[in-house]
Design a protein around this ligand. Structure first.
Ligand SMILES: C[S@@+](CC[C@H](N)C(=O)[O-])C[C@H]1O[C@@H](n2cnc3c(N)ncnc32)[C@H](O)[C@@H]1O
Length: 199
């Protein structure tokens, strides 16, 4: 799979990846990581967790991917075609404020995304997803209906969902991702956070 450090791309095979992941009790994937700030903050705060920040767009990742934390890796990949090297490795997934084809796949229950996720997760995996009003309205959905549709698709795919929680501008402001800060000061500072475990 393709990893990135600053402007440099490096291929990492399964052997190298497994060596990096050895001895970490939690392996988290931040899917659609954007500039990678959330993954960076998580890795800094929890040295016993290994964090993989993944996005299809490399340009935004240049700054945070230059950092040299042993428990942090940035990967360039498409959510609809998750790298086979991750097979069965991931225990926690976050998807924060998805847009574009990532959001579209969640709304459509795209099997390339949902089966791909299942294949990279170990048993008892946890998912956290944060959906914002502006991105859903661009796809023709209200925050409530779009979130409900996504949670239904996840349930059909075998996820057991906890009760969703609302995020207001205060919660967004304090959430450690670049997009959350933008949303907090934007026109529609509302989001819904859902968490789930694989049945
Ligand atoms: C609104 S940004 C959120 C970024 C970050 N999670 C944050 O909270 O700051 C959505 C991100 O999803 C990524 N994305 C959209 N479709 C994707 C796909 N199919 N595969 C991987 N990433 C995707 C975009 O490149 C973008 O970086």
């Amino acid at each position: 799979m393709e990893t990135i450090r600053g402007k440099t791309s490096l291929t990492m095979d399964s052997t190298e990846l497994h060596a990096r992941l050895a001895n970490y009790k939690r392996i988290a994937l931040d899917l659609g990581t954007g500039d990678g700030k959330f993954a960076f903050c998580h890795a800094q705060t929890f040295p016993s967790h290994f964090i993989i920040g993944m996005d299809s767009c490399r340009e935004n990742l240049r700054e945070y991917s230059r950092t040299n934390l042993p428990n942090l890796l940035y990967v360039i990949a498409n959510a609809q075609s998750l790298p086979h090297e991750l097979h069965g490795q991931i225990s926690h997934v976050t998807i924060n404020f998805p847009w574009g084809s990532l959001l579209n796949s969640l709304l459509e229950g795209d099997p390339r995304l949902l089966c791909g996720l299942e294949s990279i997760l170990g048993s008892g995996a946890r998912l956290e997803i944060r959906l914002n009003g502006g991105a859903l309205s661009e796809q023709g959905w209200s925050l409530e209906d779009g979130s409900e549709r996504i949670f239904q698709n996840l349930a059909v795919a075998g996820w057991r969902l906890d009760a969703p929680a609302k995020m207001d501008s205060h919660a967004l402001h304090h959430f450690p991702s670049t997009w959350a800060k933008r949303l907090a000061f934007g026109r529609d500072p509302r989001a819904i956070c859902g968490s789930a475990s694989l049945k």
